[in-house]
Design a protein. Sequence first.
Length: 612
Amino acid sequence: MSLAFRHAVAGVAAIVVLSAACFGSDPQPYSISLPDTGDGQVDSGLRAISLLVGLRSKTPAPPFALIDRARGDSGRFETVLQSFGYYKARISIAIAGHDIEDKTLPDLLEKVPQGQSVEVKVAIERGPRYTLRKVEIDGTIPADARKALNLKSGDAAIAANVLAGQASLVAALQEEGYAFATVDTPSAYADDAANAIDVTFKVDTGPQVVIGPISFTGLKDVNESFARQYLTIHSGQRYRPSAIEAARLKLFGLGVFAGVTVRAERDQTKNGVVPLVFDVQERPHHSVALSGAYSTDLGGSLSAAWSHRNLLGNAEQLNLSAAAIGLGGTDTAGLGYNLTAQFIKPRFLGQDQEFEAGLGAVKQHIDAYSQTAENFSLLLRRKFSTLWTGTGGVSVTHDFASQEGVDRTYELVSLPFTGAYDGTGLNDPLADPVRGGRASVTVTPTLALGHKSLTFAVLQASGSLYFDLSGDGRSVLATRALIASVQGGATFDLPPDQRLYAGGSGTVRGFRYQSIGPHFADENPTGATSIDAVSIELRQRVWGDYGFAAFVDAGQASTDGIPFNGSLAVGAGVGARYYTSIGAVRIDVAVPVTKVTKGDAFEIYVGIGQAF
């Protein structure tokens, strides 16, 4: 019994089945009946490990092979039951009403008419579940580390929990500075009379160490002084794997490295001091990207981007992009452009701060207005934690806007402030979120000079939640919500591009871009001072890298300055997805569910990346 428990703990569940298939024998069709043991986890384990179940429709078996398959399953079922603490279980398997050990069974199966199915019936009596009676540690460890086992007398003797306790104990000891601690596979003694098991963990903590000299390999153009300053660990600190891993991820997050690994130099450890080596692989300094998008309302867009990831040797970024916009589309009236230049300096006046300077120019002709504008901005972004980020700065815009034949020029000075939360747990910005949520709140006080001097503020809050329905990221329910309001100015006192609009891929799909809300007499949008919108989308992978989505969006816009006013617009649609390393290629088709003042029977959206 003790040996069987060790095998269960060690995960010895692989049993080699040698099929003595009889040459010339036809495959024997069969049905399989597995019992309900009363323990859902056990039932799932039995079904997952069974070759009788897994190969029934995939690999036909002649009579002798079917018997061998059943015998193999008997051993596999025993392993599963023992791993859950059932060491007195009884298993019997019958084929066509005869036990698999019945010597007449092969001849009986040979006489079954070709194509006729036989029943394979499995019977299981779990018996009593063994419990842990004693959980002991052979060795001296800190009291806090002892709690990491999370095992106590009276717990069910489940092998997976014992293994997890072993791994947790090693991790806890390493977090206490015992970098080279070892915990042997637990030994076990079974008391069959008491249906109990005693478990002993043999521990060798080794010396408690601190971080010694930190060195780098692989650095070429990134300055070592910068990489060293960017580290969040330092020589003399207690050795803690979690802190070392956090430092590695932070270094990797700079964007200049294709890979970052770290290793402890055990052979060079002396007097409780262990050196660390960060191995890095630098990415190419330059990158060029071409992209495009299409929607029936805004037409097509083509863009090109060029980036330098390490401009001055300290991971400074220079990003240049140019896009042609308004290539056709029912909501556009001419070709436009969008030009941007962005400089980002990490570790600016602080470990978790970065400085950003930006230049931009845009020209667009859409139903709501035509605009030509140039913008200059300075921003400071600070990461407060793994979840929270704040951004603040100043933005200056020269804005020429034309609406309904009225041309006006504005000079805008804004002070945008944003607080953002990201609880999706993603380190790759191209990865699709499958769980957790994101949220942001932005307040933008603005001084407008030109047609009319005005001080106003744009307030906006948005968030999204993601629910992993299948547990493996293949079925995801995504939700989105947005509310915004402009305070301090009436609708027509505001520059047209500072007003709020709903409709389109960013709010309510199925409606033309900016078409939801108040309109002029010619049905062109006037813009609003409040909007709100919600979306719910089911994303389902079907096979491989292919999937589909189904969604419903709703939103409204009004000139009241308070969200949740105006006529509610609802759109719905479906889409196809092809998942690539740079994001999902998305094709969505949406229709308006509610009445459309001015719009199309449907809208199509094509792009890379999920809608939200």
